[in-house]
Design a protein around this ligand. Sequence first.
Ligand code: HSE
Length: 429
Amino acid sequence: MKKRVGVAILGLGVVGGGTYKTLVDHREFYLKTQNVDIVVEAVLDKNRARLQELGVPEECIAGSIAEVVANPAIDIVIETIGGVGIAKEFVMAALKEGKTVVTANKEMISKCSHELERIARRNNCGLYYEASCVGGVPIIRTLLDGVQANHITEMMGIVNGTTNYILTKMTQDGKDYAEALKEAQALGYAEFDPTNDVEGFDSTYKLSILSSMAFHTKVPYTKVHREGISSVSVQDIAIGKEIGYTLKLLAIGKNSENGIEVRVHPTFIPSAHPLAGVSDAYNAVYLRGDALDDIMLYGKGAGAFPTASAVVSDVIYAATHSEIKYSTYKNTATAESKVKFISDFSSAYYIRLSVDDKAGVLAKVSGIFGRNGISIVEIMQKGSSSEDGGRVPLIIITHKTKENSVKNAVAKINASDIGTVEAVIRVEA
Ligand code: HSE
């Protein structure tokens, strides 16, 4: 017998609208392929014009969240409002009434999943959030149901399309940051206030969710080391390109016996690495598992329909599985218990200095690195100064070294009369 499942959609923005259209247009298809009749029973949004634009029938327009959660025909509530304020209030109201929630809200899940999941467990309903990370790319389902045979030891992701678009334009067309950002805004990738994307907050929320699932350990977003791309220079991107590196804003998670390290920052990777070929607004996540070795998932990380694809996949999952899947975190009671998070992590580095072009400078620079225990792989002077003692760029690539050693060496150079450190970029192999 075909199962009937009633859903409500809270918020008809880009993702909510895409979800509404997908559910309505594909109703017959899901009936045939999934044996489930998914019916949009209610839509809650104050914007009458948007409701009309999408053709939501009058009888489906809800007046309040109270009306939605009191409706016995609604089994699943889809939250596509975003943010933590009203969205969280509505989600809690739905869970308390035993309605399964499907959400696209990375900030809310990253900040509040413990609290929300506790309510879901108490009320015997589900909380699903495939659409919160990397849009249409089924990374959460893959972590839950595809690679669960493995200890996942590492993940590296390009999880923000806006910054990937900007860095691609800086790399391929030599545009500077401000120009590339303007172009991303004109195309609707970057918002008028681009802070959330360009300063790495969006990637931080996503990394906190994905590493929590991959490492079976709740990783609070506050534990993620975060640096954005707003001070990346096109000069470093061009030098990196010459020496075989591509710059990406990476979300990196590593899980070892020593603990968990999570960081979001601009990173040079070898130009032959599969992630280096992920261009424009595309996203990808690269995973390493002990049985699996390496895999990469690639696709559109944002947009109405790619994200709706993820929302609807959760709705179908919830509608067709009687057993509810909850998180498998070992630190469920409190996010920070029983887990060591590493802050002084190790990495290789690209360091660009501006130094006096005169005898003895290289020896002094390498002396400072040596005294801080940093081993140099390569050192390159870019050009020469026309006047004796004029400034030139000096590029240093280090072996893997501790973050704090690099900080000490940089401080020593900046305090000396040799020159100044202009850029420090981590390098991952
Ligand atoms: N603003 C995000 C991005 C999409 O640029 O990838 C939503 O997570």
